[in-house]
Design a protein around this ligand. Sequence first.
Ligand SMILES: NC(=O)c1ccc[n+]([C@@H]2O[C@H](COP(=O)([O-])OP(=O)(O)OC[C@H]3O[C@@H](n4cnc5c(N)ncnc54)[C@H](O)[C@@H]3O)[C@@H](O)[C@H]2O)c1
Length: 444
Amino acid sequence: MASRTAPARPQGRLAILLPGLGAVATTVIAGVELARRGLGKPIGSLALMGTARLGKRTEGRTVPLAELVGLPGLEDVAFGAWDIVNEDAWQVAKRSAVLPSAQLERVREALQAIKPRPGIHDPEAVRRIDANHVIAAKSHRARIEQVRKDIREMMRELGADRAVMVHITSTETYRPAGAAVASLEALEDAIEKNDPLLNPALLYAYAAIQEGVPFANGTPNQAVDTPALQGLARKLGVPVAGKDLKTGQTLMKTIIAPGLKARLLGVRGWFSTNILGNRDGEVLDDPSAFRSKEVTKTGVLDTILQPELYPDLYGNVSHKVSIHYYPPRGDEKEGWDNIDIFGWMGMPMQIKVNFLCRDSILAAPLVLDLALFLDLAKRLEWRGMQEWLSFYFKSPMAAEGLQPEHDLFIQLTKLKNTLRKVAGEEPITHLGLEYYGDDLPLRG
Ligand SMILES: NC(=O)c1ccc[n+]([C@@H]2O[C@H](COP(=O)([O-])OP(=O)(O)OC[C@H]3O[C@@H](n4cnc5c(N)ncnc54)[C@H](O)[C@@H]3O)[C@@H](O)[C@H]2O)c1
């Protein structure tokens, strides 16, 4: 069966614009440059390496997702960035030491060509970085206007006719803007009054949406998870997604917790601790920045385990999360989880997980996927919150009154079925009764 409405692969170039040219951003850029030259594979990118089965299992039809919904290839993307520190992508990538020097050397020129534009800085939001590359304007409105102008100029310079912004700056201090972001009117008012609670992430997001540019929030910072910016995104027809990329320990949590829940094994406690030595770790050493992370990290278990439905199993879970800045490790994070579980007749058991991961290696493909999928959403004229992209986030968004979905496997099914629908194919339910004829009759 041929698909009816599969979108065509777009013509022209997509600009991926990154506020925050740090470890994650430069790892994405270097990886894309290496992959383009055939010097590496985009491992971890569902958009580029994933496939979907179509139709019945007997049909033998499995296609790459990129083909199914017409995603651009790596040769059709280009990068631009803002940062409050004046270093080009080569300097940052070398300093961050995520990819080995020999690999970076092969794309040195491409990295050197990416110089960030001055960023919006608020020393209260990001306290541990010596900012030397900051938008001079002092009012919120003027800073927003500067970012909007930058977007237009970067698109021109990059020869792009479409753009997506993926926000990947440092974690900001936890200072929710409250009433100022409760509605679009309140936000406009707060912008005019230079409300000090409006953090840079909110201002970048506002600027992107005003320019019709889809926005993904890779950080725990407050941005499009607010009624004000969701309202603006719907009004202007712009897709948005967030927040905080799901990598490392939270990724493991959303893999393991659904398994325990599937077998109805009880959980008494989940103790998670990390050591991390990159700049992200340094920023998170500030307790008020860590608070932003803590909020996105701890919501996960409750929504997966559903203590309200299973009070005997999950009614009293003690969940602790901590991150320690430990410079010798650089980007090579080490996470320990101790999970106290119980089974038949309440007998206790323990699971220990020791994940020696590379933070930015796990995050890079997510940034690329979000850019490609949000660009697709824009081409489909979808607007507002994109719940189908929950797969990528520690703290996914959902429509008012709905619990966000945290289970990685439900998130993946949601994403792939959305893409099947986009291509005019049937979603897959995994029911499978149809293969057994009269052996499994459904009566009534
Ligand atoms: N690495 C991961 O696995 C991962 C996972 C989830 C989320 N994140 C989030 O991604 C973000 C970036 O992580 P990273 O490891 O690349 O950190 P990083 O410190 O290497 O990079 C952040 C960059 O943002 C810049 N910056 C800070 N405030 C800015 C502003 N207002 N405007 C422009 N630039 C600004 C900093 O100068 C720095 O270059 C963090 O918020 C982190 O919490 C990372």
